[in-house]
Design a protein around this ligand. Structure first.
Ligand code: GLN
Length: 472
């Protein structure tokens, strides 16, 4: 067997090695299991490493021997704890689902299985994907492997950390307001939030149904593209999934990238992030892209809109966790008491906060002032992006306003935590695709930073093209 260098490995290379017999899928899986064993105690990327990893790997080896195909045959994946794998626990990092075992496969999992992927385990996250640091997990924080006093980001922090620590070749996350891109940026890996409706949400635990998308976290843009191709597509089981023929991508590239400077330079952004962003823009220019200053007049309302629409949807979606239908039940004196006890003890602080906020903005008397107003502004924001995309191929921003922050730094200040989503939430509100690509490191502390590229609806191929050029 050839020595496996996990650091250098990417999907294409692993597939070549597997096909050439340089190593087997079992040996590859064992190398990852060993790496997880060494690092996970400290990093806490995985909540569980599955006990059937080698069984899955042997199955892949048999298929490889038989000359079987599969875009991800033998490739070891980490999966966020809110995506269902039949027979496995899926807890969304919540106490309320600590004993919940999935009774079916999410469509993405079904597709990954069909393409031969191997599931190493389920990864830590903020409870029900609410947060940006995994500090809202009921099972402890995930640390950043670049500096273990810092967070890995969130909510898909476990998935990003798993890839960054060489604990998986790739991972799945979910992104409602940045949860794939921000941890990818904090951990120095690539994260893609696809167009809303590109990837089936069937089997993903809903957070904000009009915002949620599953996305790949990987080491390179090429790997993210391979995974995206394997898991996207129409699914009759998700009513918001787009039929293939309606997936109209645009058109004739102009080699122009838009930057909403007034928004980015508004203040509140880390100096090193700004400096790094300027360097990234220079790099795009060197590669022949013209940079255009664009205006998105309603961008400044994005966070306010997101923190009304999202909790409204959260409060609705989380109503199903009542101790009767799913998960843990804390018996009370009567049914109402059982609901209260189950939800009161089962949900963490942030989940409870958002359920209350959401219930409030949807309540009669306040509905028009909050929820309705927010959805109107959301429509205006969509128009802003439509107009901007008439003149540019993509829009660039930093992925996050700061590098990975210290564990505990923002836990007592939800507003500070919410502000960290400033560049990522508008993307989910309008439904366009965006990718975070590593853009270098801070001088102060050597922490990874990310460039966010945003494309028009169904413009994933534009993101892959620019992203690949950028990382070269
Ligand atoms: N950090 C954001 C929030 O707390 C985004 C979460 C996500 O994308 N799941 O809502």
């Amino acid at each position: 067997m050839q020595k496996i260098n996990l650091k250098e490995l990417i999907i294409k290379k692993a597939k070549e090695n597997l096909a050439a017999g340089d190593f087997t899928a079992r040996e590859l899986a064992e190398a990852y299991l060993k790496s997880i064993e060494e690092k996970n105690k400290d990093i806490n990327a995985y909540l569980e490493v599955f006990d059937d990893v080698l069984v899955q790997a042997d199955r892949a080896d048999r298929k490889i021997k038989e000359g079987g195909a599969g875009a991800l045959l033998g490739i070891p994946f980490a999966v966020k704890d809110n995506i269902l794998i039949k027979g496995k626990i899926a807890s969304a990092a919540s106490k309320i689902l600590s004993n919940y075992r999935a009774t079916y496969d999410a469509t993405v999992v079904k597709k990954l299985k069909e393409s031969g992927a191997i599931f190493l385990g389920r990864t830590n996250m903020d409870e029900f994907a609410m947060g940006g640091s995994t500090e809202n997990s009921a099972y402890g924080v995930t640390k950043n492997s670049h500096d273990t006093s810092r967070v890995a980001g969130g909510s898909s922090g476990g998935s990003a950390a798993a890839v960054a620590m060489d604990g998986a070749l790739a991972a799945l996350g979910s992104d409602t307001g940045g949860s794939v891109r921000q941890p990818a940026s904090f951990c120095g890996v690539v994260g893609l939030k696809p167009t809303y409706g590109a990837i089936s949400r069937f089997g993903l635990m809903s957070m904000g149904s009009s915002l949620d998308q599953i996305g790949p976290i990987a080491k390179t843009v090429e790997d993210a593209e391979i995974i995206f191709k394997a898991i996207s597509g129409y699914d009759a089981l998700d009513s918001t999934s787009f039929p293939e023929k309606m997936r109209e991508s645009i058109r004739n590239p102009k080699k122009v990238i838009g930057v909403p400077y007034e928004f980015i330079e508004h203040g509140g952004i880390d100096k090193e992030v700004l400096q790094n962003f300027k360097t990234s823009i220079e790099k795009l220019k060197t590669n022949g892209y013209e940079i255009k200053d664009i205006s998105l007049p309603h961008l400044k309302y994005s966070l306010a809109v997101y923190y009304i629409v999202m909790p409204a949807e959260v409060s609705t979606n989380l109503a199903r966790y009542d101790g009767v239908r799913y998960g843990v039940e804390v018996k009370g004196e009567n049914l109402l008491d059982t609901y209260n006890k189950t939800r009161g003890l089962g949900f963490g602080k942030e989940a409870r906060r958002r359920i209350m906020l959401g219930t409030y903005v949807l309540s009669s008397g306040y509905y028009d002032a909050y929820y309705n107003k927010a959805t109107s502004v959301r429509a205006l924001l969509r128009e802003d992006f439509k107009k901007a995309f008439a003149g540019v191929d993509a829009i660039a921003t930093p992925t996050a306003p700061t590098p990975a922050f210290k564990i505990g730094e923002k836990t007592n200040d939800p507003m500070a935590m919410y502000l960290a989503d400033i560049f990522t939430v508008p993307v989910n509100l309008v439904g366009v695709p965006a990718i975070s690509v590593p853009s270098g490191r801070t001088k102060n502390g050597n922490l990874p930073l990310g460039l966010q590229l945003i494309a028009p609806w169904w413009g994933e191929s534009t993101l892959f093209k620019i992203g690949r050029m950028f990382e070269a």
